[in-house]
Structures are given as structure tokens and as C-alpha cells.
Design a protein around this ligand. Structure first.
Ligand code: DLL
Length: 435
């Protein structure tokens, strides 16, 4: 048996979990019908009255919500509480055209923090621990989420935020950090930096809570070995709250979804049909306790499998696999969500043809984004400095759009291989998804 933050919830019987979900779903549907125009219209169009939803058996009757809906309703369209009751926003990383803003009441923050506290306790965290949070703080949910969770556990919290590796390592050794929270790629980088500096014996880490991007079992073993810790996965998304939608327990055979707050479904991404346990499809969440920004059947675009098999840790909440891929073309590069369409928009706006290739690699555990673009015959020039100037201009336009650096290589007209079918725009050499 493991460690639990809220044992009565985390190990509740399936009947109890269903009872919570039934009651909360019914209440949530009434809440959004009353306060969110888009949901009222969609339900009216489908001829569904809030009273028709009597429990989770009726969930399939409800409309889906997509990222496009969030964009169309930006900024306040999906708000279900008066703004004066909201105390915080968070937002998705880097993207202008596709930015998502999520709102929270104090109650929403408290519940989110509890979800993160469950993840920390599952990783062995107690109030005696020193929790070192180097997920980004600010609009990104990583830092604030784990920070709040660590407070709930009562651990000493180090709100380090990301970057400045020397300072990270100094605090880690001086203050005796025991639990590290960051992206897996940063954890791997930190591990190497600690070893390079000969400080492996000076650190007291015992566990890591790593998520926000895909990572492989190989990477897990590598980090565990280098840092001498047990590495736990954590999953979440801004739209649904942030980290802590699900988390790994000591069994490490999937992540338990916090089902008292989020109902998980897996659907066929093409038809919308709900799939049974064990079948691979797109993960969909309904937030049943959120006040400010509740979403019905939100399509995450993450491809997963759900399992209700009994877990050796004693928790009863459904488990999801690590995301096995995406049903859209979103890339996560250096923790930032990048859509190829954003890159294309920049290129076309600057007068380049739509002949380009996006190449993502990982060198020394750090992601590199390279964009190769063909010049038009008019742009083509023998002057290397003229080309370098153009590349610089694109680098800064891409930085403004994506929020991260992309290496730009301008190539001669007609040099990017034309494909006979769909153009191959993205070459992701990281092989992050295992299926
Ligand atoms: O990445 C929230 C988070 C912060 C999760 C810290 C865990 C730790 P977004 O920026 O909105 O939110 O990105 C959400 O990231 O739909 C997945 O595609 C991906 N993702 C998140 N966690 C994992 C994970 C945060 N453990 C998107 N494994 C999601 C693989 C993940 N992909």
C-alpha cells in the first residue's frame, strides 16, 4: 500500500466514484447551461435539456469542446462565473494565434493544488520534504500547479522556476532538495550538469515529478540512474486545470486520473464514438468541479488508452497510459506547444513559398527546432550576407510567433524534396512516442 494525500478519495470504491461523478456532472451541466452561451446554444441545437443529463450514462449526449472553440470564445466566452469571483488566469505556452486562457476561482485553485498534492504524496512526498520546482512560473501552469501542491502537502517549497542551471544546482545542494519537479528534458540536462560538476554526492534528491512533454522509458531510466531517484510521470493541460489531471503512483503502470474532478473518456478521433477500456483513441475530459472555466467533453488531441484494472497501489481511479501520440500535428519543443501552421503563417507572411520543412532533434537532452525554407528565385542571391540577413529576419519573426528560437536555413529554390502524396512538413527525430 502506498502513500496517499486523500485516501478516502483516492481509494474510494468504484460505486462511490460513480456517485460523485453522477452528482457533479448533473450540477455542472446546469451550471454551464445557465452561464455559458456557447453550451446553451449547442445543447439547444441538439435538443438536450439540462434535465436530460441524469448521470454519466448520459455523458455521450453532450457536445464536444475543441481547441478551436476555446480560440473562438477567447477571452471571456467560456467563463461560467462573474469575473469578480475569479482570482487567476493561466495560459498555454508561446502561441499567439492559439493561446488558451483559463480562469480560476479560489475554489478552483484549491482543488487543483490538491490534485498536485496527490501527485507529490504518491511520489513519496511529505511535509519533511524540500520540493524543488523548476517548471516555469508565470502563465505556464507547471510552476504554479506544483508549487500549490507542495504547499498543501506542507513541504518546504523552492519556487525556482526554469533556467539558470548553476543557481538550481546551488540551491539543490545547499538546501537539500529531495523532490525535483520539472520537465523530463530539463531533469536530464540537470542530471548531466550535476555529474559534470562532480556534485552527484552532494545532492539529496529521492524522487522527481516530470511531465508537460512526452518522454520515453529509456529517458526515465537514464534520469533515475544519473540522479539516483525514482522518476514519476505527471500529466495535465491548461484547459482542464494544469498538471495533476493525472499522475503516476509507485506501480508506474499508467497515471491515475483524478476522477472525482475530471471524467475521462477515450474516443475514436474520426467518428467521436466512445471506445472501451484497452482501446487506443483520443482522450476527452469533462471537468465536473471547476467553477470558472468548466469544459464539457474537451478533446485533448492526446492519444491514450484507459484501464480500470486494479492497481497494486490501492488507488481505484482509472489509469491512462502516457500519451502515445497526438491526433493533431502539435509539437512540444522545449516545453512550448508549436503548431506547424504557425510557422507556415510566418513564412507566407514574409513572402516565402510553402516549401519548407520543420526538423526537430534532441541533442544533449535539449530540443532543437530547425526550419528549412526555400527561397523564391527572386530572393535567391549569391551574396551570403544577404541570405544571412534574411535568415536573421525570419528567426526573429518566428521567435515572436512561437516564443522560442528556431534555427532558420534558407535553401535554393526547388531543393526541398517534393512528396507525391501529402507533403512531409515535420520531421521529428526525437521518437518520443513509443507506439
Ligand atoms: O503541460 C501542464 C503540465 C505542466 C503537465 C507540468 C505536467 C507537468 P499545456 O502547456 O497546456 O499544459 O500542455 C498540455 O502537454 O495535451 C500533452 O500533449 C502534453 N503533456 C502534458 N503532460 C504530459 C506527459 C501542461 N506527462 C499538453 N507526457 C498535453 C506527455 C504531456 N505529454
Amino acid at each position: 500500500m502506498g502513500n496517499y494525500f486523500q485516501p478516502e478519495i483516492e481509494c474510494a470504491s468504484r460505486e462511490q466514484i460513480k456517485a460523485w461523478q453522477d452528482e457533479r456532472l448533473v450540477k455542472q451541466v446546469k451550471h454551464v447551461y445557465e452561464h455559458v452561451e456557447m453550451y446553451r446554444q449547442r445543447m439547444d441545437e441538439k435538443g438536450i435539456r439540462p434535465d436530460d443529463i441524469r448521470g454519466i450514462e448520459d455523458l455521450h449526449k453532450l457536445p464536444f469542446t475543441t481547441k478551436d472553440d476555446l480560440r473562438d470564445q477567447y477571452p471571456y466566452g467560456l467563463l461560467a462565473m462573474p469575473l469578480s469571483d475569479c482570482v487567476r488566469i493561466q495560459s498555454t505556452s508561446g502561441t499567439t494565434g492559439r493561446r488558451v486562457v483559463a480562469f480560476y476561482t479560489q475554489h478552483d485553485i484549491d482543488l487543483w493544488d490538491e490534485c498536485c498534492a496527490r501527485a507529490i504524496v504518491a511520489a513519496g512526498g511529505t511535509k519533511e520534504d524540500v520540493v524543488h520546482v523548476c517548471y516555469g512560473y508565470g502563465l505556464f501552469t507547471g510552476g504554479p500547479g506544483l508549487n500549490g501542491g507542495s504547499h498543501k502537502v506542507g513541504s518546504l517549497t523552492l519556487p525556482m522556476s526554469s533556467g539558470n542551471t548553476d543557481r538550481q544546482i546551488q540551491f539543490m545542494t545547499d538546501l537539500g532538495s529531495t523532490i525535483l519537479c520539472c520537465t523530463p528534458s530539463y531533469a536530464a540536462y540537470l542530471a548531466e550538469s550535476i555529474i559534470e560538476r562532480g556534485l552527484r554526492d552532494k545532492i539529496q534528491l529521492k524522487a522527481g515529478i516530470f511531465g508537460a512533454e512526452a518522454w520515453t522509458e529509456e529517458m526515465r531510466h537514464d534520469i533515475e540512474e544519473k540522479l539516483g531517484i525514482k522518476a514519476y510521470d505527471i500529466y495535465g493541460l491548461t484547459e482542464i486545470s494544469g498538471p495533476g489531471v493525472s499522475f503516476e503512483c509507485e506501480a508506474q503502470t499508467g497515471m491515475h486520473v483524478n476522477e472525482d474532478h475530471f471524467i475521462a473518456e477515450v474516443i475514436n478521433p474520426k467518428t467521436g464514438e466512445v471506445l472501451p477500456d484497452g482501446e487506443k483513441g483520443e482522450l476527452v475530459f469533462t471537468s465536473i468541479t471547476k467553477e470558472a472555466f468548466p469544459l464539457l467533453r474537451y478533446r485533448t488531441r492526446d492519444i491514450c488508452i484507459l484501464s480500470h484494472e486494479k492497481c497494486s497501489c490501492g488507488r481505484t481511479h482509472v489509469k491512462m497510459t502516457k500519451p502515445l501520440g497526438r491526433s493533431d500535428d502539435m509539437l512540444i519543443v522545449k516545453g512550448v506547444n508549436v503548431f506547424p501552421s504557425q510557422i507556415e503563417t510566418v513564412l507566407l507572411n514574409k513572402g516565402y513559398p510553402a516549401n519548407y520543412q520543420i526538423i526537430v532533434t534532441r541533442v544533449n537532452n535539449s530540443d532543437n527546432l530547425e526550419v528549412q525554407v526555400e527561397m523564391t528565385p527572386e530572393m535567391f542571391s549569391d551574396s551570403l550576407s544577404a541570405i544571412a540577413e534574411k535568415e536573421k529576419e525570419l528567426v526573429s519573426a518566428l521567435k515572436a510567433m512561437l516564443g522560442i528560437y528556431a534555427d532558420v536555413k534558407l535553401v535554393a529554390p526547388k531543393t526541398i524534396t517534393r512528396s507525391e502524396g501529402k507533403a512531409v512538413r515535420v520531421i521529428d527525430k526525437r521518437n518520443l512516442y513509443q507506439n
